[in-house]
Every structure is written in structure tokens, then in C-alpha cells.
Design a binder for this molecule. Structure first.
Ligand code: PLP
Length: 388
């Protein structure tokens, strides 16, 4: 049945027919509590009425015109992002990797525009994940993702994540920018220390190095603030956003400060679909919902409750679980038991979670999840651990 697809995803069996809120319903009629949310994408759950309304209303007007013409919805969304973040300018695209690529181009273009084309190298962190395009795999330098694909080093260096001395050793006169996930996602949910990020910011300021944050996974409310950097006390110059931004509709965005954005002159970059009216209609509705004053405060109290309960679960299962990590609703459970096996047993018990590095699992519920649904997940996890 799947033989016409490239084999890169393997052959998963489980298929879903529809979803509502925190639940997905499989084609054979089973209900699953979804703490994967399309890998941190469906931030308002499945088929949120406001997103469905925004999408269908726009679908009845116009779907696509291209960037040859003005798209009012993209200007509206850019203004909202500007209002709620450090950004002066925004570029819209369709995925996380594209948002990161745009950031890489901005970093190099900035130094090029200063007549310093030799400053073109970008430093990433060990354990990073930035996507699957050629530049983003070269940046993250995960051998599993690079094998057979790269020519040369593509202009990237790497420092040990969280280690400022390692970063100082790697940075030289050719360094143009540094890319960091303030909360690493694929590598297990790891929040970078505030003092480390402050030291990186200082280093960048001293040497005119562009600081870029990849908030593709931790952004758009996932960490408990619109962007995670807002809780971590360090503002970037460029930020990649995607995943939750479209609540399930493909959207990416690259946010930038004016000084860098100004170098991206007409014709320097582009995307056929980026900023498309359908995507913009949905993303505007997502941001309107998340930026309501009560939204993030409710998320904070639910997150606190959930993490407290998870900590109790760890206390009663010290042989099986190690620690709870992360911020907001970006939660990692570090395990002693095998994380792949835990994911599949939870799935057998109708709870969907995502595996991550460092023998951990990711719990990524809808940001607007109900307390009762958190309790349901806790009870499934507890039962699975009891039977281990
Ligand atoms: N950056 C981070 C931190 C991510 O977690 C991901 C995807 O998981 C990406 C970039 C790539 O996003 P996409 O798969 O939309 O290209």
C-alpha cells in the first residue's frame, strides 16, 4: 500500500481519521489522547473552531496570489509578531527548515553588506536540530542525518551546547553568526541556562556576531511565553519560528531586527507559497488566541500542576524515570527504562507521545488542554509504569 512513498519514514500502521481538541480518532474507531500534537504543531488541539472558521472563510475568498501582489493578512500577522516580540521585520515561509535557512541567509548577507564576505561561518551547538535541508543538516552536524548528503562543511562550525568556553574557542574572525535552540527539542527537552545565554549575547555584541535563536519547536506559546527567549532574559537578532505558528497549517517565519533585515533587498530571497492567504488567515487566528491575556496564564497554571504531578510520579518510580525537564507545555521525561518501549506501551494504552534524544520522551499536549485531560494522561502513564 505504501510502496509508492519514499521509504524515509518507514511504514507506520496507525492512521487517523479525524481529531477534536486533545483527541485523535483512528480509522478503526479507537480514541487516542494526543500528547504528540503533530510534534508540537497543533498548539490549539485538533480542529479548533476559530482556526476552522478562519481557514474556511479564507478558502471561500482566495487561496493563493503569490508575492507579486500585496497580501494584507501577512502584513497583519507581521505587525502582531512585531508587537509581541523583538522583531522589526518578518519573512514568511512554509516550514521550520525554511525559516532557519532564511536566518542563515540574513546572517551572511549582513556581513557581506559590510564588505566582509570572509565572515560567513555559522556556529551551531552539539545536539542541535534545525531541519532536513542541506544547510540545516550541515549546521546541526548529526551524522545520522548527514550521511551521504554533504559536500564539504558548508560553512558551519560547532561548539558544545551550554559551554561558553567551548564557544569562545570555536569563534574566530570568520564567525558571522551563532544559532541556538534556547530549548533543545529533538535532543531531549533541554533548557539552556540563562547565564550561558547571557554570556553568548555578550560575546555576540562584542564581536558583531549575529545571534539567532531557533524557536521552531519551543516558540508560539509552547514554552509558556510567546517565544521562549522572553523568559530567558536574552533577546536574539534573528529568530526562526514555525510548527505551532500555523496550528497545523504549514507556516514558517523568520523574525529579524531592522539592521539585518535591511540587507535583504528586493529580489534577494523569496518563496512562492510563503505568506499565502490561507496560511496567514490561520496563523493570525493562532496568534490572536495565544496572545489573549488569560491564555498563557492558564497554560502556566496547568503546566505547573502537570509538572508537579509528574515529579510525584518520578518519586514513586525512581527505577523507571529520572527527571522532568522543559518549560510550559514543552515537557521532557528523562527515563531509566527504554524510551522507545515506553512510547509504544503508552500508545498501546491510547496516549500518544514523542520520543526524543537522551533516552527521554516528549509530552507536547495542546496548549489549551483541560486539567481533566492532563489527569487522564497522568493516569495512563502511572498505569503503564505500574505494569512495567
Ligand atoms: N528547528 C527545530 C528546533 C525543530 O524542532 C524542527 C523540526 O522538528 C525544525 C527546525 C525543522 O522544521 P521543519 O520540519 O518544519 O522543517
Amino acid at each position: 500500500m505504501n510502496s509508492a512513498l519514499l521509504p524515509n519514514y518507514g511504514t507506520p500502521d496507525l492512521e487517523f481519521d479525524h481529531g477534536q481538541g486533545s483527541y485523535l480518532y483512528s480509522s478503526n474507531g479507537q480514541r487516542y489522547l494526543d500528547f504528540a500534537m503533530g510534534i508540537a504543531v497543533n498548539c490549539l488541539g485538533h480542529c479548533h473552531p476559530k482556526l476552522v472558521a478562519a481557514l474556511t472563510e479564507q478558502a471561500n475568498k482566495v487561496w493563493h496570489t503569490s508575492n507579486l501582489y500585496r497580501i494584507a493578512q501577512s502584513e497583519r500577522l507581521a505587525h502582531k509578531l512585531m508587537e509581541h516580540s523583538f522583531a522589526d521585520k518578518v519573512f514568511f515561509c512554509n516550514s521550520g527548515a525554511e525559516a532557519v535557512e532564511c536566518g542563515f541567509k540574513i546572517i551572511r548577507r549582513y556581513h557581506h553588506s559590510k564588505q566582509q564576505p570572509q565572515r560567513n561561518r555559522i556556529v551551531s551547538m552539539t545536539g542541535a536540530f534545525h531541519g532536513r535541508t542541506l544547510a540545516t543538516i550541515a549546521a546541526a552536524a548529526n551524522p545520522l542525518h548527514c550521511e551521504g548528503f554533504l559536500v564539504g562543511d558548508a560553512g558551519f562550525d560547532q561548539a558544545e551546547s551550554g559551554n561558553i568556553e567551548s564557544l569562545r574557542r570555536v569563534v574566530d574572525a570568520r564567525t558571522a553568526g551563532i544559532i541556538i535552540e534556547p530549548i533543545q527539542g529533538e535532543n531531549g527537552i533541554k533548557v539552556l541556562p540563562v547565564d550561558y545565554l547571557a554570556a553568548v549575547r555578550e560575546l555576540c555584541d562584542q564581536q558583531d556576531i549575529v545571534l539567532m535563536f531557533d524557536e521552531v519547536q519551543c516558540g508560539v506559546g509552547r514554552s509558556g511565553s510567546l517565544y521562549a527567549y522572553q523568559q530567558l532574559g536574552v533577546s536574539p537578532d534573528v529568530l526562526a519560528s514555525a510548527k505551532g505558528l500555523g496550528g497545523g497549517f504549514p507556516v514558517g517565519a523568520c523574525l529579524s531586527i531592522e539592521k539585518l533585515a535591511a540587507t535583504m533587498t528586493p529580489g534577494s530571497h523569496g518563496s512562492t507559497f510563503g505568506g499565502n492567504p490561507l496560511a496567514m488567515a490561520v496563523a493570525n487566528a493562532v496568534i490572536d488566541e495565544i496572545c489573549q491575556p488569560s491564555f498563557l496564564s492558564e497554560l502556566a497554571s496547568n503546566s505547573e500542576y502537570f509538572r508537579r504531578e509528574l515529579a510525584l510520579l518520578i518519586e514513586s518510580n525512581p527505577q523507571r524515570l529520572k527527571a522532568v525537564t522543559g518549560l510550559g507545555m514543552m515537557i521532557g521525561l528523562n527515563c531509566h527504562i527504554d524510551n522507545t518501549e515506553l512510547c509504544s506501551r503508552l500508545q498501546e494504552h491510547k496516549l500518544l507521545v514523542v520520543k526524543a534524544g537522551g533516552n527521554s520522551i516528549r509530552l507536547l499536549p495542546a496548549l489549551n488542554i483541560a486539567r481533566s485531560e492532563l489527569d487522564e494522561a497522568l493516569s495512563i502513564i502511572s498505569n503503564v509504569l505500574k505494569a512495567w
